[in-house]
Design a protein around this ligand. Structure first.
Ligand code: CMX
Length: 437
């Protein structure tokens, strides 16, 4: 089997050539207009970023190097004894555009497990934080502090050539990914099970297998499989979403991968983005409490209107790009559909029932451009069923996952020699002046 480095050594020159040709032959080609509504409207729909690993179609949803989630479920290797895509096979696809063999996937799992233990200073740092500090704040702090050992930063200080950046970026990215489960699990242990011993990283397990084991649920095969799927499909969602874009921007300054990803995590921690999966469950539990035994389409509809009329958003619904139900939502629902014990769970049932009602209510409300569920609508209820009930922690799991895409792009941005990001901003007066010209 080849290593991921060897495959990248082959792929990088081809992509470098492709970019060179794009720049020299089509540098002046027009991809769209910049309108005032883009400048004042969160740049929605503006085609202004290069992002290699995935592209999001508004109707069809995400494709990773051209493969849909269903395609990935067919072709990407699973863990021994499992069926779901694992983080390693998704990472390989995102990084290289190629499908790894089973042997290559296992080799990558072993490499990550061998690098998976946390340095002592990180353990001390995380253990010193108050358990009342939000787990996402803790995760970002731990990730940023891991840059103490950044190979990219050390090499930059030594004075390496630009063409070598990506190789150090790759080493840091693999080191960081390898340590994320131990970091995220330590935060969970400290907040929810203080004093409980943490297992060591098992060299024979895949990344998510180890994560679940360190969270204390290692004997739950179904939860492990769910989190494998969850972490693989949350990995990348093209470049313009807030976490990916933030980490891309920070990385473009040549801040190392740890700092770039820590920045991305703090964007993920906002309620309109990744924190929505914490918010969804809180909202659905409130709904459950308020409706009591009276859970009907009509009573859910009333609860939805109450949320909307109080000026809040319906968490888990709407999207900046998608205009259809999110295929990641559908994939997580399909996971439930094959397991009767999940289908019998009241909170899983409530999420399903809400989906039967919410799009029509949101359409009638008339504001959101996408009345359908995004991935966050579905992800929490299954965790809750399996006993991972601390929903303040849910975005951390998203944070472990999103590293796959953000770090992939960090490597590619350095391999392609992309410049520091510096778009032009305008004041309202300057916009008016431009319009008059
Ligand atoms: N409930 C109520 N109103 C909503 C809504 C929802 N779920 N989604 C959008 N709207 C409203 C917006 O707040 C906006 O209202 P104003 O005109 O008063 O500002 C209007 O509809 C138009 O918004 P839009 O163009 O459809 O949506 P945006 O691209 O601006 O925002 C998103 C996208 C996801 C932030 C928004 O749909 C939202 O707030 N959803 C709920 C939170 C959520 O689930 N976030 C997770 C997204 C996935 C992820 O990143 O993890």
């Amino acid at each position: 089997p080849q290593t991921v480095r060897e495959v990248l050594e082959e792929v990088v020159p081809k992509k470098q050539l492709q970019l060179k040709q794009l720049k020299t032959e089509h540098g002046q080609a027009v991809l769209g207009d910049v309108k005032v509504e883009h400048v004042v409207g969160g740049m929605r729909g503006l085609k202004a970023m290069l992002w290699e690993a995935s592209v999001l179609d508004p109707i069809e949803g995400i494709r990773f190097h051209g493969l849909s989630i269903a395609d990935c479920q067919k072709v990407l290797p699973a863990a021994p004894g499992g069926k779901e895509i694992i983080a390693e096979s998704m990472l390989w696809l995102l990084l290289t555009g190629k499908i790894p063999t089973e042997a290559e996937t296992r080799q990558l799992s072993r490499e990550l497990a061998e690098k998976g233990e946390l340095p002592e200073y990180i353990e001390k740092l995380v253990d010193s934080l108050p358990s009342t500090l939000h787990p996402m704040t803790q995760l970002g702090m731990g990730v940023a502090a891991l840059n103490h050992d950044s190979k990219f930063q050390q090499a930059y200080e030594r004075g390496i050539k630009k063409s070598e950046y990506w190789t150090y970026a790759l080493e840091d990215s693999l080191d960081l990914l390898a340590k994320l489960p131990a970091l995220a699990a330590r935060i969970y242990r400290n907040i929810y099970n203080p004093g409980k011993p943490l297992p060591k990283v098992n060299k024979d397990l895949d990344l998510v297998g180890n994560y679940v084991n360190m969270l204390g649920y290692g004997d739950n095969h179904d939860l492990t499989e769910y989190l494998r799927l969850y972490i693989a499909i949350h990995g990348d969602h093209e470049g313009g979403n807030a976490s990916a874009h933030t980490s891309h921007l920070v990385g473009s300054t040549l801040a190392d991968p740890y700092l770039a990803y820590a920045a991305g995590l703090y964007a993920l921690a906002g309620p309109l983005h990744g924190l929505a999966n914490q918010e969804v469950l809180r909202w659905q539990m409130n709904m459950q409490k308020e409706l009591g035994g009276n859970i009907t389409h009509e009573s859910i509809k009333e609860f939805l209107w109450k949320t909307l009329k109080s000026g809040q958003v319906v968490p888990g619904y709407g999207h900046g790009v998608l205009r259809n139900p999110d295929p990641r939502f559908m994939a997580l629902q399909q996971f439930c559909d094959t397991r009767p014990e999940l289908l019998e769970d009241p909170i899983v049932q409530l999420v399903k029932k809400t989906y039967e009602v919410a799009p029509a209510v949101l359409k009638e409300h008339g504001k959101t451009k996408n009345p359908y569920p995004n991935v966050d609508a579905a992800s929490g209820c299954v965790l809750y069923h399996y006993g991972l009930t601390q929903f303040k922690y849910y975005t951390v799991i998203f944070g472990v996952s999103r590293a796959l895409g953000c770090l992939t792009q960090y490597v590619w941005s350095r391999a392609l020699g992309l410049p520091i990001e510096r778009p032009k901003s305008l004041s309202m007066d300057a916009i008016e002046k431009l319009i008059k010209q």
